[in-house]
Design a protein around this ligand. Structure first.
Ligand code: TMP
Length: 200
């Protein structure tokens, strides 16, 4: 099973992913967690370019996310799925549709074509979208005390388009499960677990 987590900045994906992986393992399942961008050695270099380098064109940004994903699929995701390991990824191609599509206004059908090459048929079975108001996500980042990266530094309107983009995609794709990111960590976790029990 391939599970992805999506959401705007500061939605709490990482916390939920770790809790889910731990519970799956306690349940006797083989599971790994991974992330984009940066889940491979090449990906780490690409992540650094994307999030910490000087400015770049929107097209370069799109293609770098695609390159990171191509590597991630081939090195990590596909081999693990072949070994019947549950793969949980912090972001996948719906992030590109949300950020580069709805956020940067790059044509969605063009992005989908590029994504086809990158993912080579590896589709998520279930997509957990942790939805939070943009302001709350940024309050969380601020209180964590870490510096904002290149994408997080974008204007609030950019981040609002991303959140709306996710909600829009979720309307037409039954694999999306929307979770209220303002709910408690435990409640969100229980909802995720309940959804997965329905699939197994
Ligand atoms: P992270 O903070 O969740 O690790 O994600 C890194 C940043 O990259 C985050 O701001 C979202 C952004 N991003 C895109 O813009 N497009 C993508 O395809 C992916 C995977 C992430």
């Amino acid at each position: 099973m391939f599970i992805t987590f999506e959401g705007p900045e500061g939605s709490g994906k990482s916390t939920q992913i770790l809790k889910l992986k731990e519970r799956l393992i306690n349940h006797g399942k083989k599971a790994i967690n991974t992330f984009e961008p940066g889940g491979t050695s090449l990906g780490k270099e690409i992540r650094n370019l994307l999030l910490h380098s000087i400015d770049m064109s929107e097209v370069s940004e799109l293609l770098l996310y695609a390159a990171d994903r191509a590597e991630h699929v081939r090195q990590i995701i596909k081999p693990a799925l072949k070994d019947d390991i549950v793969v949980i990824s912090d972001r996948y191609y719906h992030s590109t549709l949300a950020y580069q599509g709805y956020g940067r206004n790059i044509d969605l059908s063009l992005i989908k074509k590029i994504m086809e090459i990158a993912i080579s048929g590896v589709e998520p079975d279930i997509i957990f979208l942790i939805d939070v108001p943009v302001e709350l996500g940024f309050e969380r980042i601020q209180s964590s005390g870490r510096q904002k990266d290149r994408i997080e530094k974008e204007k609030i309107e950019f981040h609002r388009s991303i959140r709306n983009g996710y909600l829009d995609m979720a309307k037409s794709d039954k694999r999306f499960i929307i979770l209220d990111g303002m709910d408690s960590i435990d409640n969100i976790h229980q909802k995720i677990w309940g959804e997965l029990n329905l699939c197994w």
